[in-house]
Each structure stands twice: as structure tokens, then as C-alpha cells.
Write a protein that binds this ligand. Structure first.
Ligand SMILES: [Zn+2]
Ligand SMILES: [Zn+2]
Length: 641
């Protein structure tokens, strides 16, 4: 008999050779029907694999991310089976699960392939799924595996086999299709009920441009047809909310090839929105003891030699700007930290001065390949809501707590209520690759974990994900469509204080190195605005909205009154505009709806006589007529929530 420990801590005993599927059956039949795979002592296994010793077992279903990825990876095998049946002679590269769905890289030889072929493949996959073929695992020797793929003439699998160790190789077969794979897979293809191929692209074998370009086919599958429908609706909604599309429609930002790819330019409305974000954060930061600083957009080469960036990134950055006479070299600044280190060194610092907190909305430039650029989320120039905190090792925890407060305040104010933080720590088995003393690392890691716990921040801890220069905490938000975005970050740095020889005088009258903390609640203004646009579908919170109202006079007779209303609202710090066009009122309302203007104030004879406005709220409709003072009060109440 062996003991199986389940995630709730309960221990059950089974005969040696039990499978995860049988364990599930012993709990309930319903559960057994839904088990896709199992985590056995930290490894993901087929639910049919026998367990022969005491183990911790977690049964994985569609609700677990590992369950989903096993499902999608198995779907890649199913697609390969369909491709082989439809197009004999197809050769296969790799077929992993991805964040949503899966792909397979295949070589069709001379055959042309396009998305027009998707339908036939989907139908074949569904037909094969209906036969509920099991995925069966078989350990094979390296020699047998090579012989199998030589016979088949699949050079990609042979290439993969070269890197594998004999004794560690397995085949999986479902139906007529056998693949080289370490698994795991779902029990049988019958679990796959809904299939959609999404996209086709070219992909070099092993990502190497000198190797052959294969055809990468992306797909997604679900255990229920209704889930596919919901997924496709979500994609449609995401297209409507695409920040590149809304950015244009709402006149927020633009790009120009003449100016240069990946260099966003903010139009007046976008600038108004961005300025408001800056003011909002500046105010919060000043309250938290930050000091605003300004540094130039370029820095001397020596600055980056000292910081180490020149050696590490110099070749892959924008290349230096040279002075015409002195032969000096300058770089566009890729980050603000080196400048801030020099600001710290402006005068001697004592422990009594710490923490020193320098904040700057610093615009930085980083070279990205043109193919990687994407709207405001991947750009070549962007503005970080940056700050650098210089403190003693003992102050790290308190500073983290304060930054967490600030980040959560930002999220709350902007309607992101679904977030999680990732704590990235050292790889405990490879401490040598990190700079800084063991003692300081321990203190910092402990400080971060405690700070997050004391702030009730939902966290996941990842070992080995820390930067070489220090541990960090990254914030991930889920948007209204359930998509995950990485936003703000807080990072400890032992490297730059060392390189810049930063010091403070301690209470012992000795010189000490301060700890440096980099932090950016938004990450960058560009990325944050992109995520915000897609999260709220362009319906910004009223306080942030570039325009809060639009006045729609029914005819030109009421223009004077419209101006009077506008002036009065402006005097109360409420922003908006007047639609003076000679258009029918219905048209004006429709246009204002498209522009997502939060409030429409309709003005006709009755309103002008009574000194009132008829108010319509975007997405809600008519709120009735009210005096200007009443409307002001309504707005002020909404923005001070
Ligand atoms: Zn596989
Ligand atoms: Zn920094």
C-alpha cells in the first residue's frame, strides 16, 4: 500500500500502481470524468500513469492552468494527426501549448497552405476526437526512436532526438499518429469538443533564420462548445477595444513614419489625459515623501560604462550621438537610474537623510526591432513614472509597504480591482550568479515577502526569477476581458550603488552603501494608457476624461446660452466643449456617443428660458433637466469618489 497526500492535506492509502484517474474515481465519478492530468510530487503526469510510491497528488482539471495546457498540448497532437491524415508526408517540428491554445510547426514540403484549409482540418480533428482515441505512452530506446523517424523521413524529429538522452525518451500514440513527446496528455481525444484554428504564420526551425521556414498553425480547443463561443466573443470585444483603434477614434495619440516607427506622439486630448495621470501620481507621491527631479534625455557614454549598461546593452541600443568637435559620445537614455545615482551624489548623505526618494516622469528610448513594435505597448520611446529610493537595508520593508500602498491606490482609482503580485527571488541552488551579500539578499527577500503579506497583497512566489542585481515584486492586473497585463514593478538593486560608489554616513560614523529601489506604479505612461483604454473600452473614469461634457445646442439661436453654460462649468474646473455644427440634434447625440463623451448637455428654448440643461449620460441615457449648479454638483460628486 502507498500513501497519497491530497492538496487539502488529507492522506488516503491505495495499492501501489494506482493511477490519478483511479484516485479521482475513489473520490467521485464526476471528478474522474473531469480529470485531465495530475501533479505528482511536483511533476505533471498522465492521469493513467501508475504511482508506485508515497506521493503528493493534485488532480488537474480544466480549471487549473496546468490542466488547460495539457489539454491544449494534446490538441496539438490531434491537429498533427489530422494533418497527417489529410496531407500525407507532412513533417512535424514542435507543438506546444501557449498562453491560450497551441500551435504546431509543420513542413508541408511543396504544398501551399493557407487559412482556407482550416475548415477541412477542424472537421477532421472533430471526427477524430469523436472516436475517443487514448493517448498511450511508450518508453523507447534512442536507437528505436531514431529508426522510427528515419523510416518516416522526419528530419525535425531526428534533430530533436539528437539532444535527448537515451533512457529518457517516450512516444505517445493516439489512433494512427505517433509523436516523440515527454507528455503529459489528457486521457483521450474525446475530451476535445470544440476546435478553432486561429492563425497561420511562418516560423524558422529552432527560431534560426538560417534554417528552413516552417508553417506555424495556431489553434484553440475547449471541452465545451459554449466556451469556444464565449472565447470568440471575447476576441471580438478585444478588437473593438484595441487601443490602437480607440486611440485614433478618440484622437488620443498617433504615429508618423516620418517621425519614426515606435515613437508615439500625443494629440491634445491624449496629452490632457496623460497630464491628468501625471498630476494624479505626482500628488500622491509628494504626499508619500517623494521629491520630483528632472534629468536630460541623453547621457555621456561614461555614465553607461559606470552603470554597466554600455557593456551589457551597448551594441543592441540606439547607437551613440557624437559631438562634432570634442569627439564625445552620448547615448539616448535607456533608463533614468544612472542619472539619479549622480543626483544622489550631489552632496554627502547621512543615515538621517534616508530614505531619499527621487521621482521623475523620465522619457527613455530603447531600440526594439521594427517587427516587435505594437501600438503603445511596444515602443521605442516612452515615459516611465519612475522613482529611485535610496535607503538603508533595514528600511527596505517599510519602503516596499509604502510603494505597495501607492500602487494599490493607483489601481483602485483607475478601476483595476483584479490584480496579483509576483515576488521574484533568487535561485536557492545558484546563489553565485547574484551580486550583493547573502545577508542583504536574505533581509531584502524577507522584507518583500513580509511587506506583501502585511498589505494583504495576493502574491505568487517565483524562485530564480530575481534579476542578478536584486529581488523584485511585479504587479499583474486582469482587465475587464480577463486578460493579464504586467504593469508596475518594485525592484531592489545592489548593483548600481556599488558601481556608482554611493554612500551614506551611518550612526556609527562609518561609510555604508545605501540600497537602491527602482519602482514604477504604471510601468510606463504609454503602456498604462494602452491597458487602461482596453480595460475601460475608452470610457475613462470621469476625473481622467479629456472632456467631461459636450453642450449640444438644438439650433444656433442658443449658442450664446451654450457659451454661458460652458463658462460657468469651466469656472468650476469642469472641462468640455460645444458642438456648434449646423447638424440635427439626433446626429450630434450619436457623434457624442461615438466619442464616448461622458455627459451631453442639450440646450433648446425651454432650457435657455429656465436657465437649465437637459442631461444625457453616455451609455445610460436621459437624466432629465437640471440647473447648471445641480449639474456641477453631480460632476464634482462623481469625481471625488
Ligand atoms: Zn505531447
Ligand atoms: Zn531604475
Amino acid at each position: 500500500m502507498i500513501n497519497i497526500t491530497l492538496p487539502d492535506g488529507s492522506v488516503r492509502s491505495y495499492e501501489s500502481g494506482v493511477t490519478a484517474h483511479q484516485i479521482a474515481l475513489s473520490i467521485s465519478e464526476g471528478l474522474a470524468r473531469n480529470v485531465l492530468a495530475a501533479e505528482v510530487n511536483g511533476e505533471i503526469w498522465d492521469s493513467s500513469r501508475v504511482i508506485t510510491q508515497d506521493a503528493h497528488v493534485r488532480l488537474l482539471t480544466w480549471n487549473d492552468s496546468e490542466g488547460k495546457s495539457t489539454f491544449w498540448h494534446s490538441s496539438a497532437h490531434l491537429m498533427a494527426e489530422a494533418l497527417e491524415a489529410l496531407y500525407p508526408g507532412t513533417k512535424f517540428g514542435i507543438g506546444p501549448a501557449i498562453e491560450t491554445g497551441f500551435y504546431y510547426d509543420v513542413d508541408f514540403g511543396d504544398r501551399e497552405f493557407s487559412s482556407d484549409d482550416f475548415k477541412a482540418i477542424e472537421e477532421k480533428m472533430l471526427a477524430l476526437a469523436k472516436t475517443k482515441e487514448s493517448f498511450t505512452r511508450k518508453a523507447v530506446s534512442k536507437a528505436d526512436a531514431i529508426a522510427y523517424f528515419q523510416e518516416k523521413g522526419d528530419e525535425y524529429k531526428l534533430d530533436l532526438l539528437e539532444g535527448l538522452e537515451d533512457g529518457n525518451i517516450s512516444f505517445y500514440t493516439q489512433g494512427n499518429f505517433t509523436d516523440l513527446c515527454r507528455g503529459p496528455h489528457i486521457p483521450n481525444t474525446g475530451f476535445i469538443k470544440a476546435i478553432k484554428l486561429m492563425n497561420v504564420a511562418g516560423a524558422y526551425w529552432r527560431g534560426d533564420e538560417t534554417k528552413k521556414q516552417l508553417t506555424r498553425i495556431y489553434g484553440v480547443t475547449f471541452p465545451k462548445a459554449s466556451e469556444l463561443t464565449e472565447y470568440l466573443q471575447m476576441i471580438e470585444e478585444a478588437k473593438k477595444r484595441d487601443h490602437r483603434k480607440l486611440g485614433k477614434e478618440l484622437e488620443l495619440f498617433t504615429f508618423s513614419e516620418k517621425v519614426g516607427m515606435g515613437l508615439p506622439m500625443w494629440l491634445p486630448k491624449g496629452t490632457a489625459l496623460r497630464e491628468r495621470l501625471v498630476q494624479f501620481l505626482t500628488k500622491a507621491q509628494v504626499k508619500s515623501g517623494y521629491e520630483q527631479v528632472i534629468t536630460p534625455h541623453i547621457g555621456h557614454k561614461n555614465l553607461y560604462v559606470t552603470s554597466g549598461h554600455y557593456e551589457k546593452y551597448g551594441k543592441d541600443s540606439f547607437q551613440p550621438i557624437k559631438t562634432p568637435q570634442e569627439g564625445e559620445e552620448f547615448f539616448l537614455k535607456p533608463m533614468n537610474c544612472p542619472h539619479h545615482c549622480e543626483l544622489y551624489k550631489f552632496k554627502p548623505r547621512s543615515y538621517k537623510d534616508l530614505p531619499v526618494r527621487f521621482a521623475e516622469f523620465g522619457t527613455v528610448y530603447r531600440y526594439e526591432q521594427s517587427g516587435e513594435l505594437h501600438g503603445l505597448t511596444r515602443v521605442r520611446g516612452f515615459t516611465q513614472d519612475d522613482a529611485h529610493l535610496f535607503c538603508t537595508p533595514e528600511q527596505v520593508k517599510e519602503e516596499f509597504k509604502k510603494v505597495i500602498d501607492l500602487v494599490l491606490y493607483v489601481f483602485k482609482s483607475l478601476g483595476f480591482d483584479n490584480y496579483i503580485a509576483q515576488v521574484s527571488l533568487r535561485d536557492p541552488d545558484n546563489k553565485a550568479k547574484y551580486i550583493g551579500s547573502d545577508e542583504n539578499w536574505k533581509l531584502a527577500e524577507q522584507s518583500i515577502i513580509e511587506a506583501a503579506a502585511e498589505k494583504n497583497l495576493p502574491t505568487v512566489v517565483e524562485y530564480g526569477e530575481a534579476a542578478f542585481y536584486g529581488p523584485k515584486l511585479d504587479f499583474m492586473v486582469k482587465d475587464a476581458l480577463g486578460r493579464k497585463w504586467q504593469l508596475g514593478t518594485i525592484q531592489v538593486d545592489y548593483n548600481l550603488p556599488e558601481r556608482f560608489e554611493l554612500e551614506y554616513t551611518g550612526s556609527d560614523n562609518q561609510k555604508h552603501r545605501p540600497v537602491m529601489i527602482h519602482r514604477a506604479p504604471f510601468g510606463s505612461l504609454e503602456r498604462f494608457v494602452a491597458v487602461l483604454i482596453e480595460h475601460c473600452a475608452g470610457n475613462f473614469p470621469l476625473w481622467l476624461s479629456p472632456e467631461q461634457f459636450i453642450i449640444l445646442p438644438i439650433s444656433e439661436k442658443y449658442e450664446e446660452y451654450a457659451k454661458k453654460v460652458s463658462n460657468e462649468l469651466n469656472n468650476s474646473d469642469i472641462r468640455g466643449l460645444i458642438d456648434f455644427r449646423d447638424e440635427k440634434i439626433g446626429r450630434k447625440i450619436r457623434d457624442a456617443e461615438v466619442k464616448k463623451l461622458p455627459y451631453m448637455l442639450i440646450i433648446g428654448e425651454k432650457e435657455a428660458e429656465e436657465g437649465k440643461v437637459s442631461v444625457r449620460k453616455h451609455g445610460q441615457g436621459d437624466l432629465g433637466s437640471m440647473t447648471i449648479a445641480e449639474f456641477s454638483a453631480l460632476i464634482i460628486k462623481e469625481i471625488t469618489v
